[in-house]
Design a protein around this ligand. Structure first.
Ligand code: NDP
Length: 414
């Protein structure tokens, strides 16, 4: 049965989600977009209409909402008869939006772990600090809450589960590698919310090694990879959401995350950080004005959504998995390559937003069809990966598997 969707947030990822929901509105029903700034939601709704993205006749409506306000969010869920809420607003909103879903009976999907604006880099496993505390409440209310349904976290968690289920008898290590080999042509910009982007890298780097949490500094450990399409790519060990769930849920002894950074990004980041401009703690100017340096930096950097029209090049994101199969050592790289320009032409966003938004819509479709309507809280690696990866292959993010000299598309199961 068709289920109405409420999209929260009106950034680059929401733009993808809105278009993809429309392209699949035979399953998903009417679409509502809500964010702090009504004009952004209206523009997004208009772009869906202008591109004629609807698969069948359908409606898309814009709403103003402060999603930190649980009562206002509940009222909007009721008013729109939304049965699925896709939260692609800032990660500070997760717990309030999830509460509104639990109290109204709507399914909940997000693409990033919850963050408290006053804290950077909490103790691992990060999910246990907020989301997992609501597991019982979701189950009691019979609410499906799917956590981290973007690309990373998200699709890479499904790749990890697929490897454990179908490719190995024993998995020894999962190295998640995220390389953006694209170019936006600006002096400096982040691909998603600068505030969230920088917060990921200003704290300690947590990885799961030999079945325990290991601490490093940012840009301390570099590794270069030879990857399909994007070639040799430099990356650094980085803390990331999915390390915190995969390590606990799949029982793999080594789970690490590697993010590609060019030297220019590292130089600019290092200067900003050393000057104190990436701090989330307020400072007072000589004029008595209290400002948060990180928010000022965000305000002067390009809006990530504005990068889309001139973005070119590709992303390559995947899991390098090592372990044993039938008594022999095995190594596979399960991955996707996405193209910034193609993403812009299809939905008006760059490739990073595209790879994050399409999986969230796939998760919503699987809730609507019942395949993932588990009526409890689940990280992606707790759900069957095949329906998700098959669907992603059909709606824009095909999976490939490289093993030795072979590199082929993951065969669909249906
Ligand atoms: P943007 O910063 O572009 O958009 C965030 C949106 O959230 C904005 O439209 C903003 O509102 C809205 N928002 C913030 N506070 C509120 C509030 N109190 N009430 C209502 N709306 C609010 O981010 P992106 O689109 O780039 O990213 C969206 C999410 O996706 C983030 O959580 C990000 O971490 C995640 N992400 C996940 C990835 C993955 O692969 N898993 C990859 C990339 C991003 P407004 O503009 O109206 O003021």
């Amino acid at each position: 049965m068709k289920k109405n969707v409420l999209i929260i947030g009106a950034g680059g990822v929401a733009q993808v989600v809105a278009h993809k929901c429309a392209q699949n509105n035979d399953v998903l029903g009417d679409i509502h977009i809500a964010s702090r700034t009504l004009a952004k939601c209206q523009k997004m709704a208009q772009s869906v209409r202008d591109k004629n993205s609807f698969k069948t006749g359908g409606a898309i409506e814009a709403h103003q909402l402060d999603a930190m306000d649980v009562e206002a969010t509940k009222a909007l869920i009721k008013k729109t008869s939304a049965e699925i809420v896709i939260n692609v607003g800032s990660p500070f909103l997760n717990m309030s939006v999830m509460t509104a879903c639990i109290e109204t009976g709507a399914a909940y999907i997000d693409t990033a772990i919850h963050e408290d604006s006053a804290k950077v880099c909490e103790t691992p496993p990060w999910y246990a600090n907020y989301e997992w505390k609501r597991r019982e409440a979701c189950e009691k209310a019979g609410i499906t809450a799917i956590l981290g349904a973007g690309f990373d976290p998200g699709v890479v968690n499904a790749y990890a589960k697929l490897a454990v289920d179908d490719y190995f008898d024993r998995v020894d290590s999962i190295d998640i590698i995220d390389i953006n080999a694209g170019s936006h042509g600006r002096y400096f910009a982040t691909n998603f919310d600068p505030e969230i982007n920088f917060r990921e890298f200003t704290g300690r780097v947590w990885s799961w090694q030999d079945s325990k949490w290991t601490e490093n500094k940012m840009f301390e450990i570099r590794r270069d990879w030879d990857l399909p399409v994007v070639g040799t790519s430099q990356s650094y060990l980085t803390g990331h959401d999915e390390v915190h769930s995969i390590s606990q849920i799949l029982g793999v002894p080594n789970v690490r995350f590697w993010m590609g950074f060019g030297d220019h990004y590292i130089n600019v980041f290092t200067v900003l950080k050393n000057l104190g401009l990436l701090s989330e703690q307020p400072v007072t100017t000589a004029e008595g004005l209290e400002v948060v340096p990180l928010k000022v930096v965000k305000a002067v950097l390009p809006d990530p959504a504005s990068l889309a029209p001139n973005y070119s090049g590709k992303t390559c994101i995947g899991d390098l998995v090592k372990g044993m199969k039938d008594g022999k050592e095995r190594e596979v790289f399960i991955y996707n390559v996405a193209d910034h320009k193609e993403a812009f032409e299809e939905v008006g966003s760059q490739g990073i937003s595209y790879t994050a938004g399409v999986p969230a819509v796939a998760a919503a479709m699987l809730i609507a069809t019942g395949e993932w309507d588990v009526r409890k809280m689940a990280n992606i690696e707790e759900l069957p990966p095949r329906p998700f990866l098959d669907l992603l292959g059909r709606i824009g993010l095909p999976t490939r598997v490289r093993e030795g000299d072979r590199d082929e598309a993951l065969a669909p199961t249906t």
